[in-house]
Design a protein around this ligand. Sequence first.
Ligand code: UDP
Length: 240
Amino acid sequence: MKREILGIKFDDLTREEAARRGRELLEEDRFHYVVTPNPEFVLAAEKDAEFCQVLNGADLVLPDGIGVVYCAKILGTPLKGRVPGIEFAEDMLSCLNEMGGRLYLLGAKPGVAEAAGRRILERWPEIVLCGTQDGYFRDEEAALLKVAAARPDLLFVCLGAPKQEKWMARWGRHTGARLAVGLGGALDVFSGNVERAPEAWCRLGLEWAYRLRKEPQRAGRMAKLPLVLVKATAARLKKK
Ligand code: UDP
C-alpha cells in the first residue's frame, strides 16, 4: 500500500517486507529501481518535477528518514516505520550472496567503492564483485557503458540525490542489472570511512543527531528539515 507524503508516494512496508519485495525484484528478469527518500528529497522534489516523477516511478519507495515517518503521522496516514537504505542494502546483499550473484558499486570519491567492495566481500563471500567506479564522472553514458560491460545483477548507485535517482531512471534499464538501488552515502559507510549511528541512537530516531555531531558541516542541510514537518502540518490542516 502507498502513503502519499507531500507528493511522494511511499511504500508502507516493514524492513522484512521490503526485503521480501526486494528479493522478488532481484529474481525477476527485468530492470527495477529502488529509491530511499528522506525529508530533504521530499523538499527537493517539490521544486523539481522530474525528480518527483522519477521518485514516484520507482519500483519501491522506502522511507529512509525518521522525518518522513513523523510527516506521515502528522498527515494522519502513519507508516509502519522507517526502512533505512543501508539496511535494505544489507538485505539485498544477503539475497545476492545466496544467489552467488554479481554486484557493481557506482559512486563516492575515488577509492571508496573499492574499499567498500572489499569489506562487503568479507561479509558476503559468495558475491561476485564485478566492478566499481567512482561517482565523479563527466560523461553519464560512458559511466553506463562501463557498468553494462560488467553485467551486474545488483547495482548500488551512490551519487547523492537527485543525481543518483535521475541516473537510474535514465540509464538503469541499459545496464542489464535486475535491481538498482539509490543509496546516497552508503559506500562511505560500507568502506568504513563513515560510521553509522549506534543502534540505541537509531532506535530512538536520533540517527540524524548522531550524524550531525560527527559531520557538523551538514547543519545547513539539516536546518531545512523542520520545514518538512511544518509543510505536513499545513497540508493536514488544509485537508480538515
Ligand atoms: N557523490 C558522488 N558524485 C557526485 C556527488 C556526490 O559520487 O557527483 C557521492 C559522495 O561522495 C557521497 C554520496 O554521493 O558518497 C552522497 O552522500 P550524501 O551524504 O549526500 O548522501 P546521503 O547519505 O545524505 O543521502
